[in-house]
Design a protein around this ligand. Structure first.
Ligand code: NIG
Ligand code: FE
Length: 402
C-alpha cells in the first residue's frame, strides 16, 4: 500500500490488481473469447477483500492499492474438489502393492481404514486432515468437500464430521460407506442405525448425505432409504454410483435430484439419458481408476449426451490416494477423452455445479477471489506437462496463501 488507510473499514477491504496475465480462465462465457472458459488474453483481475471485483484486459484495469505482476503466466479459478475422504488414519500400502501385483480392488479394504480411524485420537485425525488440505492447496485446490465413512459408529461418524466442519462448509455424512463390521450379520440393523440415531448425531455437522450404492455395500432400496432419511433431516443427496459395476445408483441419484452421481464408470445408455435429463452432475474420479487399474469412465460419451461433468480427486487411502487435481486433469485428457479445456472447466466450474455453488469455480465479479497462478502460459499445460508442479501462486478468499 502506498498510503495508510483512513479507517479500519478501508484496511479490511483493500484492493489488489493482478496484471500481466497471459491467459485468464474466467469460466464466464460472457467474457473474453465467449467459450465456456471465457478466456481473456493479456488480462487483469481486481480483488476487493475476499471477492473478485473486476476482470478484463490488462490495459483497462482500474487503479488499486496493490499490484501483483503475473509475469505473463496463466491464472485459473482455484480448483473445486467436490469429492474426497480426508478424515482417516492408517495406511494401505500393502493393499496397493497387492493390487499392482494383480489383486482386484474391493470395498472390503475400507474395513482396514475403519479400524485405524476408530483407534486414532481427535488430534491425529485433525493432523492428517490438515496435512492433506495443505497438500491440496499447494496444488491449487481452494474449495473442497470431504466425507465421513471411516468411523461407522454414531460416535466416530459424528466425530469425523465435527473435525471436517471446522475446515469446510462442504461436509458429507457417509455413514453408509459399507455395512459396519459390527453389523455383519444384520445389514438391516445397520441401515436402521444410519437412518436413525447416527443421522441425528451427524446431521448438525453436515450439508450432504451420501451412500456407496454397490454390490458389497448398499443396494438400491437401502440407498433410497438412507438418502430419503437424510433429506428429511435437511441434508442434500449425492451418491457413489456405478463405480465397480452396473447398478441402480445413477438413476436413483437423478430420481432424488442428487447434486452429483460420483464415479459413473459403468453406465448403460439409460443411465446416460437419465443424467442428461436432470440436474445431477456426473463427477468423474480418474484417480480411482488409476489406482485400482480399472477401466476409465467415458467422459466424452457423457459430454456429447449433454451431461454436466465434474472432475475430482476422490482422495482416500484405499482407491485414490492423490490430492492432486492437476494429476486428475492430465488423466482425464489422456484416458477419458476430454479436451484440456473441458477438463479444466470440469475441475473448477464443474466441481462448483456438483456442490450447487456459484460463488466458487469462476473468476467473475461477486465470486470469491479463489485463484491459481500457473508457471505456464496457459491452462492447457496442466495436461500437456503432466506431473509437473505448475501451481506457483494461490489466492483463497482474496488472501495469498502460496
Ligand atoms: O470413492 N467407493 C467407495 N469409497 C471410496 C473408496 C474407499 C476406500 O477404498 O477406502 C471411493 O473410491
Ligand atoms: Fe469416494
Amino acid at each position: 500500500p502506498t498510503s495508510s488507510p483512513a479507517t479500519p473499514e478501508d484496511a479490511m477491504s483493500s484492493t489488489t490488481v493482478i496484471t500481466n496475465i497471459a491467459s485468464l480462465v474466467t469460466n464466464d462465457p460472457s467474457q473474453g473469447d465467449g467459450s465456456p472458459l471465457g478466456l481473456i488474453q493479456d488480462a487483469a483481475v481486481v480483488i476487493d477483500g475476499d471477492r473478485v471485483a473486476w476482470t478484463g484486459e490488462s490495459s483497462k484495469a482500474p487503479a488499486t492499492d496493490n499490484r501483483v505482476d503475473a509475469g505473463g503466466r496463466a491464472v485459473i479459478p482455484g480448483f473445486v474438489d467436490s469429492h474426497s475422504h480426508l478424515v482417516f488414519a492408517g495406511d494401505r500400502t500393502q493393499e496397493f502393492n497387492a493390487r499392482m501385483s494383480g489383486r482386484a480392488y474391493s470395498a472390503g479394504g475400507i474395513r482396514t481404514t475403519v479400524a485405524a480411524t476408530r483407534a486414532a485420537s481427535d488430534e491425529e485425525l485433525e493432523r492428517n486432515l490438515t496435512r492433506y488440505l495443505r497438500e491440496a492447496l499447494r496444488q491449487g485446490t481452494t474449495t473442497f468437500e470431504t466425507k465421513s465413512g471411516y468411523g461407522l459408529t454414531t460416535r466416530d461418524e459424528a466425530r469425523a464430521l465435527r473435525i471436517a466442519s471446522s475446515h469446510t462448509d462442504e461436509v458429507t455424512y457417509l455413514g453408509a460407506h459399507i455395512v459396519s463390521p459390527d453389523y455383519a450379520d444384520d445389514p438391516a440393523g445397520y441401515v436402521a442405525l444410519v437412518t436413525g440415531e447416527m443421522l441425528d448425531a451427524c446431521a448438525p455437522y453436515a450439508r450432504w448425505v451420501d451412500v456407496f450404492c454397490e454390490k458389497g455395500a448398499f443396494d438400491g432400496d437401502q440407498a433410497r432409504a438412507i438418502l430419503t432419511a437424510g433429506k428429511a433431516k435437511g441434508l442434500r443427496p449425492r451418491v457413489h454410483a456405478n463405480q465397480l459395476s452396473y447398478g441402480p445408483g445413477v438413476q436413483l441419484a437423478v430420481e432424488l435430484d442428487a447434486a452429483s452421481a460420483d464415479h459413473c464408470t459403468h453406465l448403460t445408455d439409460a443411465d446416460v439419458d437419465a443424467l442428461a435429463s436432470g440436474d445431477t452432475v456426473a463427477t468423474l474420479l480418474p484417480g480411482a481408476e488409476f489406482s485400482t487399474r480399472a477401466e476409465w469412465p467415458d467422459a466424452r460419451r457423457l459430454i456429447d449426451a449433454g451431461v454436466t461433468v465434474a472432475l475430482s480427486t476422490d482422495c482416500n487411502p484405499g482407491s485414490s490416494f492423490t490430492s492432486s487435481v492437476p494429476f486428475c486433469i492430465a488423466l482425464a485428457v489422456r484416458d477419458m477423452r476430454m479436451t484440456p479445456d473441458e477438463a479444466v472447466w470440469s475441475a473448477t466450474a464443474g466441481g462448483a455445479r456438483a456442490l450447487r455453488r456459484d460463488d466458487v469455480g469462476r473468476i467473475a465479479p461477486g465470486a470469491y477471489a479463489d485463484l491459481a497462478l500457473l508457471d505456464a502460459p496457459s491452462h492447457v499445460h496442466l495436461a500437456y506437462r503432466p506431473g509437473v508442479p505448475l501451481v506457483t501462486g494461490v489466492w483463497r478468499r482474496g488472501v495469498r496463501e502460496i
